[in-house]
Design a protein around this ligand. Structure first.
Ligand SMILES: [Zn+2]
Length: 218
């Protein structure tokens, strides 16, 4: 497994590149799921980044959750070495998304296609934990964005809560060639195997007690 449990400050998951701490040098880490652009980090963002680098986290991905944070995270990604951007419409913020935002997402991906700081579509997915979120609308939004990931040949960064069966069924149907990562995975062994067979990796992070919560874990 290419994953290593790490404690990169206040982040939720980290993906180790397939190079272990051997005679080739220290393990190099990528935190594949952060929301460092959020105002919660305005007072100590630089310190958090320094701390991550001290721990060997060389790269961090900033994930989009709704239309209004895309400029903010893109500006931050451009400003700092080692930061990369993903754009998406998160299922938890379903009520904030407007029909035109999907087209805007496509426009952003088109405009930035091939840019070295663009790394994925996300954060997208299905959240059945929050019962007030309309599941039909979630599914439509998820599929539309998964198709964008396929069209632009980007990995997909997934938020999945109590919805692994429909998520796996969707992935089997649409077959995103670049795979992606299911963040904060808490499903069964069998579901984990299904994701791996589909070319996805699993984020196993968690929020340490008393820390700032992930912007997507409302
Ligand atoms: Zn998130």
């Amino acid at each position: 497994m290419p994953y290593a449990p790490v404690q990169p400050g206040r982040f939720v998951s980290a993906l180790a590149e397939p190079r272990r701490q051997t005679d080739t040098g220290p393990m190099r880490l990528i935190d594949t799921h952060t929301h460092l652009d959020f105002p919660d980090f305005d007072s100590d963002r630089a310190e958090v980044l320094t701390h991550c680098r001290t721990l060997g986290v060389e790269r961090l991905v900033l994930l989009g959750v709704y239309r209004d944070n895309w400029e903010r995270l893109w500006d931050l990604a451009l400003k700092e070495d080692g930061l990369y951007a993903a754009f998406g419409l998160h299922p938890v913020y379903l009520d904030q998304h407007q029909p035109g935002h999907l087209q805007e997402l496509q426009d952003w991906l088109q405009r930035l296609s091939g840019h070295p700081k663009l790394c994925a579509v996300g954060e997208i997915g299905l959240d059945y934990f929050l019962e007030e979120l309309d599941r039909t609308r979630q599914q439509q939004l998820f599929e539309a964005q998964l198709k964008l990931a396929i069209d632009f040949e980007l990995p997909a960064l997934l938020h999945v809560r109590r919805a692994h069966a429909p998520t796996i069924a969707t992935l089997k149907r649409l077959k995103p060639a670049r795979g992606g990562i299911v963040h904060a995975f808490a499903g069964s062994h069998e579901e984990a195997r299904e994701y791996l067979k589909l070319g996805f990796k699993l984020g196993l992070g968690a929020r340490p007690p008393g820390r700032r919560r992930c912007a997507c874990a409302r």
